[in-house]
Design a protein around this ligand. Structure first.
Ligand code: 13P
Ligand code: ZN
Length: 275
């Protein structure tokens, strides 16, 4: 089967285009990665074009040694992925130490994987471990309303989680563990990757102050849906704050506890503080 026709490549392209249409990917903003299943990698091996040169990842991910990833290219526009995927995306293989990668397909006009490769792979390594291998997608988007909120709210997990939960009843159902927040850091390196992956042990979504968000999930739908839900919640919060700095009523801590019973959720008490 042609690599481009596989279900996972098609799902990846659709998700990238969905994100572009949401307005989260100006220019080359954002990046996406997918950890291939063993059988997916095996089925396309005859059609891969293994390049000889190995490049350093910039960090060490021994938990992902030998695995294959579909990733967006650095500097590539999400807008163009659906138009010419083989130019914009690539499949990479990691070496047996989990320290180097090589390109096996895609980026046919040249280029490298996303500059956030260290963050993607360190997040994948953590999520593979804590979910028993279930999570396969890491998504970074420049979500407008979440970015705006990072200029207004205190940059801590407690405040962001609670404020976002309050903006729609379904929010704690979609992200019951809450969201993590990383203060402003230089993107594209190991330090921000270490900090983000530390928070990914606890959360499926991590906000980068004044930059955007990272989400993790089992498949393209749940990961996109998580990004979409959190970003919509941020949009509602901004609308509320724009009209009135004080909420006349809201979903209370007790309402959340009742919701948890009704939906069989575990909502951490650290987010159910009295205001
Ligand atoms: P890349 O084009 O290298 O993926 O970078 C985009 C981005 O969003 C950096 O944070
Ligand atoms: Zn970014």
């Amino acid at each position: 089967m042609k690599i481009l026709d596989t279900k996972f490549v098609q799902g990846f392209i659709k998700m990238a285009d969905d994100g572009y249409r949401q307005g989260w990917h100006e220019r080359n903003g954002g990046n996406l990665s997918y950890r291939l299943r063993t059988e997916e990698a095996e089925s396309i091996k005859p059609r891969m074009n293994f390049r000889d040169e190995w490049f350093p990842i910039g960090t060490s991910v021994p938990g992902l040694a030998g695995e294959f990833f579909l990733v967006t290219g650095s500097g590539k526009y999400f807008r163009n992925i659906i138009v010419d995927p083989e130019v914009c995306i690539a499949i990479i293989e990691l070496d047996e130490a989990g320290e180097n990668y090589r390109i096996c397909w895609g980026l046919v006009e040249g280029g490298r994987p996303t500059s956030e490769l260290a963050s993607h792979l360190m997040n994948h390594e953590v999520k593979k471990d804590v979910t028993g291998g279930a999570h396969r997608v890491i998504y970074h988007a420049h979500t407008t309303n979440i970015i705006a909120l990072t200029y207004i709210l205190p940059l801590d997990d407690r405040t962001f989680t609670r404020e976002l939960w309050e903006m729609a009843t379904e929010c704690p159902v979609v992200f019951p563990d809450g969201v993590g927040v990383v203060e402003w850091m230089v993107p594209g390196g190991r330090d921000i990757a270490v900090e983000t992956s530390r928070l990914m042990k606890k959360y499926n979504a991590v906000i980068w102050a004044h930059h955007g968000m990272f989400c993790s999930g089992e498949d393209f739908d749940t990961t996109f849906g998580l990004m979409h839900t959190i970003e919509k919640s941020a949009e509602i919060l901004l609308k509320v704050l724009a009209v009135s700095p004080v909420k006349r009523q809201t979903i209370t801590a007790q309402n959340f506890r009742d919701l948890a019973v009704g939906f069989g959720l575990t909502l951490p008490e650290e987010f159910l503080y009295e205001k």
